[in-house]
Ligand binder design. Structure first.
Ligand SMILES: NC(=O)c1ccc[n+]([C@@H]2O[C@H](COP(=O)([O-])OP(=O)(O)OC[C@H]3O[C@@H](n4cnc5c(N)ncnc54)[C@H](OP(=O)(O)O)[C@@H]3O)[C@@H](O)[C@H]2O)c1
Length: 309
């Protein structure tokens, strides 16, 4: 099969399209012919060799951890899915490829009304946002501050928190403020003077903080929480411990992941939940997609389309 591979850690130039051995579904797994694969910041972080402590990566490696596609092989004991089913999920093997393996617990059926790129944009963003909102115990009537609200995880966090009945204040550059209003957040610009702007936007105070962006806002976040690091969580700032703030690492699969993902997919199919796809690329342009991801200003998701050339 065709896949993007890299044999050494480094910049986007280490990525190349190659022919690799086919993968086959093991017990509890399905093999999926990939129609679309989401691009995540962790993909370039791993490729750069920055994540070896958390995710040791044997080389050669294929990036990618989420997909939408068609089941074309089922492993032993699999009763949930059959060949020909259209699905989306988190992958057990690199998703920048023609075929991917996935554990059935991390997969859901793709509703007919949901496009392939839009489906591939959902699994990581929704699972991450839902996990952290649960960890922060965000509930109706509370005010949540989301740093980095216009990216993929931020977009999901804003909408899922608003759906819980929370008031959401979200940071982004001014160009994304109308977008945040549509998602249901009060927009605030990041940068100098952030604390004052958040206080103005949320005079009632901030009950919890979800730092998606990881760009050095934990001291400001503690100040906005009246000096306590409680109910602040970051998924991207390596300085969390220094501020006494929780780092939510993820990595595991919750038993309910597939069912939850199915619900998000149903909502996205009818225009409820929105993780917009900013741009799609053929598989061979994975390096260009990762470069854009690494530049740090994607609204929603970048998606690779293995069937396109
Ligand atoms: N620990 C975990 O479980 C986990 C899971 C998923 C992701 N992550 C990490 O979470 C981070 C976000 O992931 P993602 O997929 O949402 O990324 P993304 O979609 O690439 O995020 C891009 C967004 O970040 C915003 N941004 C850039 N600089 C910012 C700043 N200084 N303050 C606030 N927002 C800023 C941009 O808004 P503007 O264009 O308006 O500047 C853009 O919309 C990444 O570091 C990723 O590795 C961790």
């Amino acid at each position: 099969m065709e896949a993007i591979v890299y044999e050494e850690f480094g910049g986007p130039e280490v990525l190349r399209l190659a022919r690799v051995d086919d993968v086959h579904a093991g017990p509890g797994q399905i093999r999926v012919a990939v129609r679309a694969a989401g691009v995540n910041p962790v993909d370039y972080k791993i490729r750069n060799g920055w994540m070896e402590a958390a995710f040791p990566t044997p080389l050669p490696a294929t990036p990618g951890s989420e997909f939408a596609g068609v089941v074309d092989e089922t492993g032993g004991g699999v009763t949930e899915f059959a060949v020909g089913d259209e699905v989306l999920g988190r992958s057990a093997t690199g998703a920048y490829a023609e075929y991917v393996l996935a554990d059935v617990g991390a997969v859901a059926r793709k509703p007919e009304g949901l496009g392939w790129p839009e489906a591939a944009a959902l699994p990581v963003a929704t699972a991450t946002a839902a996990r952290v909102l649960d960890e922060l115990a965000v509930s109706a009537g509370e005010t949540l501050l989301v740093h980095g609200a216009s990216g993929a995880v931020g977009s999901a966090a804003v909408q899922l928190a608003a759906a819980r009945g929370a008031t959401v204040v979200g940071t982004a550059s001014p160009a994304n403020h109308d977008y945040l209003r549509v998602l249901g957040a009060v927009p605030v610009a990041y940068g100098d003077g952030l604390v004052g702007r958040v206080r103005e936007a949320a005079p009632q105070g901030v009950d919890a903080v979800f730092d998606v962006a990881g760009k050095g806002v934990l001291a400001d976040s503690v100040e906005l929480r009246d000096g306590t690091p409680e109910r602040i969580s970051t998924i991207a700032d390596p300085d969390a411990a220094r501020h006494g703030v929780a780092f939510s690492a993820g990595g595991g699969t919750s038993p309910d992941e597939g069912r939850q993902l199915g619900g998000y997919a149903q909502s996205a199919a009818v225009g409820g939940l929105r993780i917009p796809v900013e741009q799609t690329f053929p598989l061979g342009a994975a390096a260009r997609a990762q470069q854009l991801s690494e530049a740090g200003h994607v609204r929603g998701k970048l998606v690779l389309l293995p069937g396109e050339h």
